[in-house]
Ligand binder design. Structure first.
Ligand code: G6P
Length: 367
C-alpha cells in the first residue's frame, strides 16, 4: 500500500522516485489541450478570462510562480501570484474576469482555503479553479473547476511528487488557455503532448544521477549557509531547492534570481558559501555564466546543475552535474528533482528526521 516503504529508507526518497509514475498518472488520458480537462463548464469559465490570480502556500506557491512564466509566455495572459496568508488579509482589487487558481497538495490548508473564500465571497470572483492532489478536499468542493494531480498519498512533510505533478498540470492549463486564444498551433500542441509523455522516461535518467548528487551532499553537510541561483523559469526552482534544503537539513538557504546577486547577496559570498546554480541551456545561460563568474571571483564554491548540451566545464571551485537532455520550457520539472535529491542526501548525512522535520506539519489546517 501507499504506506509501505519497500526498499526505500524514507518516504521522501520513495516519493522522489515515484515521480515518473505520478506524472504519468497525472497526464493519463490527456491527448489534447481541451478545457474539458478542468471540468464540464471550463470552456465557459475560461472564455472571457482576462487575467489569472494564483494563490498558494509553501511548495505549492513555487508551483504557482513557475506557472506565471508559462501562462504569460504561452497564453499571453497576465498573472499575479499571491501567498495565501497575505492575500486573505490585504485590501486588493476585485475583478470578475480574473480566474482565481488555488494550488494545494492537501486541499485543506487553512490560509489557501480562506483566501479562496475571500476571493469568491467577499470580492465576487466566481471563476475559480483548484489544482489539488485530494479529490474529496474542501478546496475541490468549493471551486468551480478542478484539476486533480495523481501523485498519490504524500507522506513526507517536504513535498516532492505533489510539486512536479502540479507543474505538469499547470503547463496543461497554460497550453489550454493558449490554444483557446489561438496562440498554440496544432503542431505545437502535438509537440508539447509528445514532450509531456516523455517526461517519465526523462525523469528516470535524472534519478539515475543520484550517486553524483550524494557526492555533493557530503560536501554540503558541514555548511551553515547556502545560496541558490536561477533565472527565468528556473528562479522558482531555485526557491524550491532552497526551501527543500532548509526544511529537512536545517541549513540556512536562500534563493535569488541570479541577476539580482549584485544588489545584495554577493556580499555574503566567500569560501564557506556553496552557491547552487540551476543552469539550463536556455537564452539566459550566457548571462547566468557572468553571474557565476562574479561568484568565483569572490572565492565562492559553485555547484552547477547544467544541461548535457551546455558548455560549462568542471574546474577548481566549480562542480558540474549535467542533465541527460535539454527539456526546453518543461525543464523545471526535471531540474527540481536534482535539488530534491540534494536536500534529501544532505539531510541524511546530517542525520535529521527527514520525513518529519522539527516544527513543521504536513498539512497546516489551522492558522
Ligand atoms: C505545509 C507543508 C508543505 C506544503 C504547504 C502547503 O507547509 O509542509 O510541504 O507545501 O504546507 O500545503 P498544500 O497542501 O496547501 O500544498
Amino acid at each position: 500500500g501507499a504506506a509501505d516503504l519497500g526498499l526505500y529508507r524514507h518516504y521522501m526518497q520513495k516519493e522522489i522516485f515515484e515521480q515518473p509514475r505520478a506524472i504519468a498518472d497525472t497526464l493519463e488520458g490527456v491527448a489534447a489541450f481541451t478545457p474539458a480537462l478542468f471540468g464540464a463548464d471550463a470552456e465557459a469559465v475560461f472564455k472571457d478570462v482576462k487575467r489569472l490570480l494564483f494563490i498558494a502556500c509553501g511548495t505549492s506557491y513555487y508551483a504557482a510562480l513557475t506557472a506565471k512564466y508559462w501562462i504569460e509566455a504561452i497564453a499571453g495572459l497576465p498573472c499575479d501570484v499571491e501567498i495565501a496568508s497575505e492575500y486573505r488579509y490585504r485590501t486588493s482589487v476585485a475583478d470578475p474576469d480574473t480566474l482565481v487558481v488555488t494550488i494545494s497538495q492537501s486541499g485543506e490548508t487553512a490560509d489557501t482555503l480562506s483566501a479562496l473564500r475571500h476571493a469568491r465571497d467577499d470580492l465576487g470572483m466566481t471563476k475559480t479553479l483548484t489544482v489539488c492532489n485530494v479529490a474529496t478536499s474542501a478546496m475541490v468542493r468549493e471551486s468551480r473547476l478542478a484539476y486533480i494531480t495523481r501523485a498519490g498519498v504524500e507522506i513526507g512533510v517536504a513535498s516532492t511528487k505533489a510539486f512536479t505533478t502540479q507543474l505538469v498540470s499547470l503547463y496543461l492549463l497554460a497550453m489550454t488557455l493558449g490554444k483557446m486564444r489561438g496562440r498554440v498551433t496544432a503542431e505545437a500542441e502535438e509537440d508539447a503532448i509528445r514532450r509531456l509523455r516523455h517526461i517519465p522516461t526523462a525523469l528516470g535518467a535524472v534519478l539515475a544521477l543520484e550517486p553524483q548528487v550524494i557526492d555533493w551532499a557530503e560536501r554540503f553537510a558541514p555548511k551553515q549557509h547556502a545560496l541558490f541561483l536561477g533565472r527565468g523559469l528556473h528562479y522558482p526552482i531555485a526557491l524550491e531547492g532552497a526551501l527543500k534544503l532548509k526544511e529537512i537539513s536545517y541549513i540556512h538557504a536562500e534563493a535569488y534570481p541570479a541577476g539580482e546577486l549584485k544588489h545584495g547577496p554577493l556580499a555574503l559570498v566567500d569560501r564557506e558559501m556553496p552557491v547552487v546554480t540551476v543552469a539550463p541551456n536556455d537564452k539566459l545561460l550566457e548571462k547566468l555564466k557572468s553571474n557565476m563568474a562574479e561568484v568565483r571571483a569572490r572565492g565562492g564554491e559553485l555547484y552547477v546543475f547544467a544541461d548535457g548540451d551546455s558548455a560549462i566545464e568542471s574546474a577548481d571551485g566549480m562542480h558540474v552535474i549535467r542533465l541527460p537532455e535539454n527539456y526546453g520550457d518543461l525543464s523545471p520539472v526535471l531540474h527540481v528533482v536534482r535539488l530534491q535529491l540534494l536536500a534529501y542526501h544532505t539531510a541524511l548525512v546530517r542525520g535529521t528526521d527527514v520525513d518529519k522535520p522539527r516544527n513543521l506539519a504536513k498539512s497546516v489546517t489551522v492558522e
